[in-house]
Design a protein around this ligand. Structure first.
Ligand code: RFL
Ligand code: PHB
Length: 390
């Protein structure tokens, strides 16, 4: 088998890269370990930056997102039972769109299928070879048959647990990491949202988030132990804790059947550089942020937009400038987003150290500062809606 770009991973990064390359007349093959059903059912991100929405619309992927996604002009921040609004639209002129990642992935798969794109699901035993030569290739098994896919370039879009990052030798790769002493218990419930916009709450019991997916689907998260057994959280306990942490006078949290429940550990992680020879990393394979800033998917979109542009430049003009600058350009945005995600996490979670009373007073002070200073609120708002991408 031969293609121009071998793409490992059929999540949002891999599928969008394949689509963007197709628009430039460049051929690719996407190799995904899981089944299509699994990838499309996986409940994950929900918040798209304005820049992500603009890009998806420009490249012909906006139809269902614009019809079904919900535009939000701000979020609520809550400290104990005190709630305040951060008006993004008013402060920055920009907004966010709530549209599930699995919907983005479904739109991408559908479009790749219609355009005749090659996406192979349920591949196994995948390995990447010769990326420092002009003839890299990927070995994998599909339908019980061993294959070798030769390519000009390999894109590692295989997420945090993928194999591509490890292809970069330890002596070349530097990893920066912070692991948090807590995780998020995430649930999806068939009940209409109890708020018009997201609520990020810092309560004495820990962090809670009210998000949503549609008029009939709500999404919630609760800070918990990073290795919390899901059995420790029967539905009644989840609702009781959400009622406590999100409660505020005069407001009611509606409850409903819980249809999905999972615990995610939280980390900040960056592997530098994002390029080794003809291998390029994009999305979660190169960086992870704690989800408090709602940034992971948006960063993945930024990476592949850059990468598609750089590869297209190479085929069109022979110039390698875009590819040479790819890693440094992405890392500048990655570190801004790392800082914002760490900051949002620090402001809203309990770290439980010996100085936790000190910490909580700092958090309270930050909350008050955001309420009284338009400059502080604008800092949050411009990062949340996404700093300019170009
Ligand atoms: P993905 O989505 O992990 O996709 C990688 C794909 O690669 C496949 N794969 C392999 N395929 C072949 N061979 C191998 N050896 C392979 N190894 C792995 C995997 O099966 C998978 O299909 O990475 P990608 O494309 O970089 O996308 C990144 C996003 O998924 C991620 O950043 C976001 O979900 C993060 N995130 C959020 N991001 C936002 O922008 N806004 C949010 O509101 C938001 N909320 C969240 C989140 C992530 C969460 N979890 C569960 C981690 C909320 C949560 C709870
Ligand atoms: C979500 O809706 O899944 C979501 C929203 C905001 C976040 C993280 C996740 O910060």
């Amino acid at each position: 088998m031969r293609t121009q770009v071998a793409i490992v991973g059929g999540g949002p990064a891999g599928l969008l890269l394949s689509h963007l390359l197709h628009l430039q007349g460049i051929d690719s093959v996407v190799l995904e370990r899981r089944s299509q059903e699994y990838v499309q059912q996986r409940v994950r991100a929900g918040v798209l930056e304005q820049g992500t929405v603009d890009l998806l619309r420009e490249v012909g992927l906006g139809e269902r997102m614009l019809a079904e996604g919900d535009v939000h002009g701000g979020v609520y921040l809550q400290f104990d039972d005190e709630r305040q609004h951060i008006p993004f639209q008013e402060l920055t002129g920009r907004a966010i769109t709530v549209y599930g990642q699995q919907e983005v992935v479904r739109d991408l798969n559908e479009r790749r299928r219609r355009d005749g794109g090659q996406v192979l699901f349920e591949v196994s035993d995948l390995s990447v070879h010769d990326v420092t030569t002009e003839h890299p290739f990927v070995r994998f098994t599909h339908d019980g048959v061993d294959h070798e896919l030769r390519a000009d370039f390999v894109a590692g879009c295989d997420g945090f647990h993928g194999v591509c990052r490890e292809v970069i030798p330890a002596g070349v790769r530097t990893v920066y990491e912070r692991v948090y002493p807590f995780g998020w218990l995430g649930i999806l419930a068939t009940v209409s949202p109890s708020s018009d916009e997201l609520i990020y709450a810092n309560h004495a019991n820990g962090f809670a988030l009210h998000s949503m997916r549609s008029a009939t689907l709500s999404r919630f998260y609760l800070q918990c132990a990073p290795d919390e057994p899901i059995e420790a959280w029967p539905d009644e306990r989840i609702w009781a804790e959400l009622q406590t942490r999100l409660g505020t006078p005069g407001w009611t949290l509606r409850e409903g059947p819980i249809i999905d429940k999972a615990v995610t550990a939280m980390r900040s992680f960056v592997a530098e550089p994002l390029r080794h020879g003809r291998l390029f990393l994009a999305g979660d394979s190169a960086h992870i942020v704690p989800p408090t800033g709602a940034k992971g998917l948006n960063l993945a979109v930024f990476d592949v937009d850059r990468l598609a542009g750089a590869i297209a430049d190479f085929y069109r003009t022979g110039s390698t400038t875009g590819m040479d600058e790819y890693s440094a350009q992405c890392l500048r945005r990655v570190w801004r987003v790392q800082h914002f995600s760490w900051w949002m996490t620090s402001m809203t979670h309990h770290f439980g150290g010996p100085d936790q009373d000190f910490e909580r007073r700092l958090q309270r002070s930050q909350f008050d500062y955001l309420r009284t200073s338009p400059a502080a609120a604008t800092t949050l708002a411009e990062n949340y809606v996404g700093l300019p991408t170009r």
